[in-house]
Design a binder for this molecule. Structure first.
Ligand code: SAH
Length: 230
């Protein structure tokens, strides 16, 4: 039976692996070194919790691969005190990483059972988040604007409602960032949309990933800007 020290050792090895794979933000790596990922998966999967793989969490959903969590979190550029909205609570692991970075975390999940389990787990570990059950593709206007929005399921397009809930840039503060995987069911590219003005957004298209789908009923999207073939 693995003890806490064994898990801690494995967690530090995982951090080194993420560093080798190109994650450079030391605050993100420190957060991953802190959060006990083995407590976010079923007991039967704990021994695999520090492999760099996605693992099943029930309802045909997965806890994202650690590299993906690190990559998305790095792109969010979270500062302590930032308001960050997560779409797709899943196990609650990504939310915990955001808490460690000092964010005020809001999170939405469409599977009630997953949400309840995640909230219970986060509370037991002392992480405070504001959570709700529902379709997150429309964001959470009551708590907007956000400094960061992270979508942890693959979307067919960039939901316009999410862009509109990003904070406007101010003198000493950059505009809000939306980090979202966009594509079809088999393949997505990570996109970062940064708010640069009332009606202006800067979009970057980054690496390829594979996520479980974002299931949304109501949103209307912006057209995805996919990378050119060259
Ligand atoms: N961030 C999670 C990863 C969860 S996988 C973690 O750290 O464990 C993606 C999650 O998005 C799934 O739980 C899925 O149910 C949820 N999801 C998919 N579409 C959604 C939507 N429109 N609104 C809210 N949650 C959604």
């Amino acid at each position: 039976m693995e003890d806490d020290r064994t898990f801690q050792r494995r967690r530090l090895r995982l951090v080194e692996m993420l560093r080798e794979k190109g994650i450079q933000d030391e605050r993100v790596l420190a957060a991953i070194a802190t959060v006990p990922r083995h407590l976010f998966v079923e007991p039967a999967l704990r021994a695999r919790a520090y492999e760099d793989v996605a693992l099943p969490i029930g309802m045909k959903q997965t806890i994202s691969q650690p590299f993906t969590v690190a990559y998305q979190t790095q792109l969010l550029e979270v500062q302590p005190g930032d308001r960050v909205l997560e779409i797709g609570t899943g196990s609650g692991y990504q939310a915990a990483v955001l808490c460690v970075l000092g964010a005020r975390v809001f999170t939405i999940e469409r599977h009630r059972m997953l949400l309840e389990r995640a909230v219970e787990r986060l509370e037991a570990l002392g992480f405070r988040v504001t959570a709700r059950h529902g379709d997150g593709s429309l964001g959470w206007p009551a708590f907007a604007p956000f400094d960061g929005i992270v979508v942890t399921a693959g979307a067919a397009h960039v939901p316009k409602a999410l862009c509109e809930q990003l904070r406007l840039p101010e003198a000493a503060r950059p505009g809000g960032r939306l980090v979202i995987p966009v594509g079809d069911a088999r393949h997505q590219v990570m996109m970062r949309v940064r708010r640069t003005g009332f009606d202006s957004f800067a979009t970057e298209t980054l690496h390829s990933f594979r996520f479980v789908p974002l299931i949304s009923e109501k949103d209307r999207g912006l057209e995805p800007q996919l990378p050119s073939e060259d």
